[in-house]
Ligand binder design. Structure first.
Ligand code: ATP
Ligand code: MG
Length: 527
């Protein structure tokens, strides 16, 4: 953690950002001003003091920093400014898991930029982007930058830094050809017109499909590909109203895209009772026609962009054991809200270059946002320009999960024997193993090497425990220490020490006088 912090702090300082330390506990008033006291939901850990005043434990600091800035920054002359801090955050996550990867308490570096205009804010954003790039490169991690959803933080656009790892929770959609890369939550693919369009289509007609409910079953029973089936899902939105979603049978709803489109915080599938009331039908047999807005809490109908006007589909008939063929969107039901809310997948085509998209997995270690004036307007952070006119400050915010970086480094770099730390993040550079504690010659040599390495700024873990050599080697591997130096009888007969790189198989012998050079050579990152 300290090694990650050190790299992060150096790169932040290089950009000219100023380090601050903000309070960890925030008065509710600030969060009410921004509107997030409500929208943050149960993830916000709320607490009360002895006078029954409400506070929260900071999960992120947009409100607190905006409060500071609105008091201290008045004029265009005070801008631009970027502040950062490294601090413990708390989020009452639904599913904290995988240790440091998703804790309820974790350490974050968060930064906030303040500018007079969108153009200037773009420059500040770019400076942070570059710093993040350098940070993860210096950490020795394989990573990718992807377009991302802005979530509850809000703002205009955002990008995530993803450490690539099979175990990653995030699904990424990446172009096999160009630079396009996005979190699946924000991924878009090229929509192709269907060549199998039928020119003149007869009226819809019912087909008897007893007990045939799922897309798979309907597809087999009627011999239609899932792309030519329509399904209708009903969502409960913020417990306020119900939205119907129409999409092709081969796709799933991307709930993050849908949330963003509907501007709601919470989505869940509607109850069976609601579904039956609205569609007059049973699950598995709902169709997109005959839905009436305003009836039984149904307030919105969203049609996914892959559902094509004029194309012919099969859908439920709003009647148990029946489906409807020759359903034509635009003719048999109206398309008002035609938006992209489906999950993009490998094999889809890149919107930018038309080549095939592939899937990767990643761990989100950093996230940078162009916030615009969301917080400055709601909380009143204004500056005065040359002519004395007032404008809201344009903001950006930038986070790195310090503790998550440490864990992600391990997820990406390990083998059957344990961790294989990238050298820049390893807690120790060298593990120094003294094989025989009772041999005073050997001990003297090992002590000498220990002192020599320390005095040259190398972090050494000196294993002088009374444990078998095998046990020491195992532990050194398990901890992922990049380099191993062994002082043992056999090699010392030749006046040498045995050295080994954690990520390589074999060991070699080195003259003690050449040891420092060997260590330094092997610690520098190979590109
Ligand atoms: P996630 O989608 O993984 O829940 P987030 O998008 O909510 O994360 P941000 O608000 O963007 O997270 O926070 C900035 C950074 O803080 C993230 O990029 C991540 O590295 C880190 N982070 C967020 N939540 C956690 C957590 N519960 N445990 C550890 N690190 C976290
Ligand atoms: Mg994020």
């Amino acid at each position: 953690i300290r090694k990650v912090e050190h790299i992060v702090r150096e790169e932040m300082n290089k950009t000219g950002a100023l380090e601050v330390l903000l309070p960890a506990i925030h008065p509710s008033e600030l969060w009410i001003e921004s509107g997030r006291w409500e929208s943050a939901g149960p993830e916000l850990l709320r607490i009360k003091d002895r006078h029954d005043r409400s506070y929260c434990f900071g999960p992120t600091h947009e409100e607190v920093i905006t409060d500071l800035v609105r008091r201290e920054i008045r004029s265009y002359r005070d801008l631009p400014r970027t502040f950062y801090q490294i601090q413990t955050k708390f989020r009452d996550e639904v599913r904290p898991r995988f240790g440091l990867l998703r804790g309820r308490e974790f350490i974050m570096k968060d930064a906030y930029s303040f500018d007079v205009s969108d153009e200037q804010a773009d420059t500040s954003y770019q400076a942070m982007y570059n710093a993040y790039f350098n940070i993860f490169k210096r950490c020795g991690l394989k990573f990718r930058v992807v377009d991302a959803d802005t979530g509850n933080i809000g703002g205009k656009t955002s990008q995530e830094f993803m450490v690539l790892a099979k175990s990653g929770e995030d699904k990424l959609i990446v172009c096999s050809e160009c630079h396009y890369a996005a979190n699946i939550e924000k991924a878009y693919a090229r929509i192709q017109g269907d060549s199998a369009k039928v020119s003149s289509v007869e009226e819809m007609f019912e087909v008897h499909t007893p007990g045939v409910e799922s897309i798979d079953e309907v597809s087999k029973f009627l011999k239609k590909v899932p792309e030519h089936l329509l399904k209708v899902l009903f969502y409960e939105c913020d417990d306020k109203y119900i939205c119907a979603v129409v999409l092709t049978g081969d796709r799933e709803v991307n709930e993050v895209k849908l949330k963003r489109h509907l501007q709601v915080n919470d989505l869940k599938l509607a109850s069976h009772e609601d579904l039956e009331k609205i569609s007059g039908s049973f699950r598995g047999y709902c169709g997109p026609f005959g839905l009436v807005l305003g009836k039984d809490r149904l307030q919105k109908i969203v049609v996914d962009i892959r559902v094509q006007e004029g194309q012919v589909y099969v859908s439920g008939a709003n009647k148990k054991d029946f489906h409807m063929d020759n359903v034509v969107p635009g003719r048999d039901f109206e398309i008002v809200d035609h938006v992209d809310i489906h999950d993009v997948r490998a094999g889809d085509l890149c919107r930018q270059c038309g080549k095939t998209l592939v899937e990767e997995r990643g761990i989100e270690v950093g996230h940078i946002f162009k916030l615009g004036t969301k917080y400055s307007e709601s909380m009143g952070a204004f500056y005065t320009d040359v002519n004395g006119k007032q404008y809201p400050v344009v903001m950006g915010c930038y986070g790195i999960g310090i503790t998550r970086v440490a864990a992600a480094a391990i997820e990406q770099n390990h083998d059957d024997s344990g961790i294989v730390f990238p050298p820049p993040l390893a807690p120790f550079d060298v593990s120094l193993i003294l094989v025989d504690l009772k041999n005073s010659d050997l001990k003297g040599k090992a002590d000498e090497i220990y002192a020599m390495l320390l005095s040259n700024g190398i972090d050494v873990l000196y294993d002088d425990r009374e444990v078998s050599p095998g046990g020491k080697f195992k532990d050194s591997d398990l901890l992922g220490i990049p380099l191993r130096v062994t002082v043992g009888k056999k090699s010392m007969l030749e006046g040498k020490v045995e050295v080994k790189v954690r990520s390589n198989k074999g060991s070699t012998l080195v003259d003690p006088s050449a040891l420092l050079k060997w260590v330094n050579d092997n610690l520098t990152l190979k590109p």
